[in-house]
Ligand binder design. Sequence first.
Ligand SMILES: *[C@@H]1O[C@H](CO)[C@@H](O)[C@H](O)[C@H]1NC(C)=O
Ligand SMILES: *[C@@H]1O[C@H](CO)[C@@H](O)[C@H](O)[C@H]1NC(C)=O
Ligand SMILES: *[C@@H]1O[C@H](CO)[C@@H](O)[C@H](O)[C@H]1NC(C)=O
Length: 421
Amino acid sequence: MGKGQVNVLMLLLFLTLCSASDQKWRKAMISAEKATSLVMNRVGSSILFPIHGNVYPTGYYNVTIKIGQPPKPYFLDLDTGSDLTWLQCDAPCVHCVEAPHPFYQPSNDLVACRDPLCAALHPPGDYKCESPEQCDYEVEYADGGSSLGVLVRDVFSLNYTNGIQLSPRLALGCGYDQIPGASRHPLDGILGLGRGKSGIVSQLQSQGLVRNVVGHCLSGKGGGFLFFGDGLYDSSRVTWTSMSQEFTKYYSPGIAELHFGGKATGIKNLIVVFDSGSSYTYLNSQAYQTLTVLLKKELGGRSLKEAPEDQTLPLCWKGRKPFKNVKDVKKYFKTIALAFASSGRTKTQFELHPEAYLIISNKGNVCLGILNGTQVGLQNLNVIGDISMQDRMVIYDNEKQVIGWTPANCDQLPRSITANM
Ligand SMILES: *[C@@H]1O[C@H](CO)[C@@H](O)[C@H](O)[C@H]1NC(C)=O
Ligand SMILES: *[C@@H]1O[C@H](CO)[C@@H](O)[C@H](O)[C@H]1NC(C)=O
Ligand SMILES: *[C@@H]1O[C@H](CO)[C@@H](O)[C@H](O)[C@H]1NC(C)=O
């Protein structure tokens, strides 16, 4: 399919949007001031999704996205650590793993090899097309999993928070050869929310449909929400730190220092990335070592004893009787923080209260949800995973190149701040 058709589709879409908001405008009889914000609302609009899942025992959060014509639902793992969205695909499938829905039937709208979206998925100068009409991709994840396939375009059925529907054609991977990773999630695919051009929000932005901003709110009780666009939070209440211009592959605020109980530990130069695709938080071997020594020192002489028999995570402790909630053990644990040396001399701290780094295992022990990244091959990357992002909004603003966070009630879907409908 040629470029012309895509443009026509976009044009139709915009006409639909305009007439729909005109109708509402007439019905609502609102002030001139509000009418202006209504017209402006398309760029200020956000797309909101409820999500399901938890850190433990499930180990991931999933979002339902409708793709194809007619639209079919798929359960996708939300991943701010990678760009490409892909589905297990009946192309036919050479190697797929069991999924909640029938495998995706690819559209015949192939992304061409010379398309910038194809180039974005390959290291510069390192990609030779087998055929000019087709873009092959392969993505590998830190847990050893991978997906190999072909890039296609298909319709995504989405809704703005004001109820207006949109159905853009976006590029996605038709994954016909998957190797499951260590964290085998029984899902239909991955929703790539990364910084790159092929990311879903970047594609929506380049079609003028939403600002290139992604946010999530993962509830400690399970569930929460995901959003695209900048209409659902009050920016003045958010702690912002600039995205690194050095480590551009991931959402990274750059280099941090590890703090424990309000004091610097002397562990500096940690390259930190935010990754919703990781359930736990990872520190490099040196930082992990320092942290575990400090934690054990704090616990010395307390009623908690190490419980090596509990294999839930590498480091667990048991009490006199089983724990039900992290609140039961909170008093034994200090706040950990990562202090970013961003914006000049002022340090922004990302704090981890006990709830942001501990879980209660099904045996009633408390386990450390910060793991040794060196052991899983992360080399020097330190990863802030889901456990440490719970019960706050984490916002990746690719327009302003900043990452922000603010405490939030993730159990309740937010209302539009620009509340004009
Ligand atoms: C994914 O989320 C849906 C709700 O949107 C839920 O019904 C489903 O059980 C979840 N799937 C998995 C595999 O966790
Ligand atoms: C969008 O809203 C319509 C009308 O309320 C609803 O039928 C549809 O399921 C929604 N689509 C998505 C993807 O949520
Ligand atoms: C972390 O993992 C590395 C690589 O397996 C290992 O050499 C190191 O001893 C581990 N560090 C700690 C503190 O367990």
